[in-house]
Design a protein around this ligand. Structure first.
Ligand SMILES: C[S@@+](CC[C@H](N)C(=O)[O-])C[C@H]1O[C@@H](n2cnc3c(N)ncnc32)[C@H](O)[C@@H]1O
Length: 203
């Protein structure tokens, strides 16, 4: 599913359009909480667009951790185009199996990753344990049109004999996983199909 062609298209789309509206809102949601000098970890980050934007906004260093190595050359290309090549790195690992493969970071991002695995809630729990200041999530809304759309997409994958499936996880379970690690919701918002939630240390 996430092959070099997909990675190249992600880079081309980002070059043309930048972040989408919801991603921009999520990045803006942490602007007041101190991006300057922060370390960033983008889990399932693909080409690492969010960490690149946070580095451009003043964060110190960023790391993309990915199951799929095919993203790496495109993530490097994006980072060097933005003049961030010496401040960003790429690690191939499964964060559920090897959470110790990366160090905790101030800002941790899961952008459209929770929906890629039946273990999406466990992934949030693992990400929350790696979060020092803010955990930022984008995931599909638990509404009938997203459940129907993702169900239809999965039927298509079945017909094409692809093993990949997408999932809509309950927002309460997602929030619960972050809260169990001592985080509390600081901001959230949504578009038609997707929502973002930002968590920080509980008071
Ligand atoms: C739909 S893509 C999103 C990529 C990127 N965040 C974006 O928005 O363009 C989901 C990514 O999550 C990665 N992923 C899923 N589970 C993971 C895990 N346990 N550890 C690391 N990466 C994971 C997949 O390899 C895939 O590239």
């Amino acid at each position: 599913m996430f092959k070099p062609r997909f990675a190249r298209r992600s880079l081309e789309r980002y070059r043309k359009r930048g972040l989408d509206r919801l991603e921009r809102r999520m990045v803006a949601s942490i602007a007041g909480s101190g991006v300057d000098g922060a370390t960033v970890l983008e889990i399932g980050g693909g080409i690492g667009t969010i960490q690149a934007e946070l580095l451009a906004a003043g964060a110190a260093t960023g790391q993309v951790v990915e199951l799929v190595a095919a993203y790496e050359p495109y993530a490097r290309e994006l980072a060097s185009e933005k003049g961030l090549g010496d401040r960003t790195s790429f690690v191939v690992a499964d964060i559920l199996e090897s959470p110790d493969s990366v160090a905790p970071a101030d800002l941790v991002v899961l952008n459209r990753v929770v929906c890629c695995t039946p273990d999406g809630v466990e992934l949030v729990a693992a990400a929350a344990l790696l979060t020092r200041r803010r955990l930022m999530l984008v995931y599909p809304r638990d509404v009938w049109w997203m459940r129907a759309g993702i169900g239809g997409m999965n039927a298509g994958f079945r017909v094409l004999r692809r093993s990949f499936r997408a999932f809509v996880h309950r927002p309460a379970a997602i929030a619960g996983a972050a809260e169990a690690a001592g985080l509390a919701l600081t901001e959230s918002g949504h578009g038609v199909g997707w929502e973002f939630a930002t968590f920080g240390p509980a008071a």
